[in-house]
Design a protein around this ligand. Structure first.
Ligand code: PGA
Length: 249
């Protein structure tokens, strides 16, 4: 049984003060039960302060992105080591907004995954098809390509540290959720692919999160699917009340 993970991706929302306020309110609103893991991913500027606000609680910190290089002349970028030092345990890699708005391809995402692992961060690796790809019937090919190229050169031990998030691009921020059956089917495909590429035990222990318009209303039916091990939540993670209701699904 994989321990369920609920992760909030705040994207480019919340100042440092707002982030700390959220973290403190989340801490007092909810005692995370031992059977699930709660992650929040504030913007870079708030990481350090949020790390301090959640110290001693079971809330875990994630960044939303990293640069693949260790250090150097990359104006405006942040390395894995910097994120570790700021208190991050996880980092989101390959989010569809990074792929589409910032031109990150599978090769780059692979470098980022490797660099995250080298820095001691656990990647939340996002995959997902666009509406056109789903309508054209290439969904499976697209997901398999993203997995194959994204995970290139990662060992079975590395996979033990990776969380995969399936986020159909057409469901992100649109209010359209994949139906539990639709999502469950893709999660099964992902787990089967990992079992073939690595081994069945790694696949069975892999946490695969669903993301795309998750709300307090639809979380329970998504989590009822056997291959859905948690959620990567955008919009509905920005308010303490709705995030707490999702955590307590
Ligand atoms: P959403 O975003 O919940 O607002 O659809 C999910 C995500 O992009 O991770």
């Amino acid at each position: 049984m994989v321990r369920p993970i609920i992760a909030g991706n705040w994207k480019m929302n919340k100042t440092v003060a707002e982030s700390v306020d959220f973290a403190e309110r989340l801490r007092s609103a909810y005692e995370t039960p031992a059977d699930r893991e709660v992650i929040i991913a504030p913007p870079f500027t708030a990481l350090r302060s949020v790390a301090e606000a959640i110290r001693g609680s079971s809330i875990i910190l994630s960044a939303q992105n990293l640069h693949e290089a260790e250090k150097g002349a990359y104006t405006g970028e942040i390395s894995g080591a910097m994120l570790r030092e700021a208190g991050c345990t996880y980092v989101i890699v390959g989010h569809s907004e990074r792929r589409t708005l910032f031109g990150e391809g599978d090769d780059r995402i692979n470098l980022k995954l490797r660099s995250a692992l080298t820095a001691g961060l656990m990647p939340i690796f996002c995959v997902g098809e666009s509406l056109r790809e789903r309508e054209e019937g290439t969904m499976e090919t697209v997901i398999e390509r993203q997995l194959k190229e994204g995970l290139n050169n990662l060992t079975a031990d590395d996979i033990g540290l990776v969380v995969i998030a399936y986020e159909p691009v057409w469901a992100i921020g649109t209010g359209k959720t994949a139906s539990p059956d639709q999502a469950g089917e893709v999660h099964r495909l992902i787990r089967e692919w990992i079992a073939r590429r690595y081994d069945p035990k790694r696949a069975a222990n892999l946490a695969i999160l669903y993301g795309g318009s998750v709300t307090p209303k639809n979380i329970a039916e998504l989590m009822a699917q056997p291959d859905i091990n948690g959620a990567l939540v955008g919009g509905a993670s920005l308010e303490v009340d709705s995030f707490v209701r999702i955590i307590g699904y």
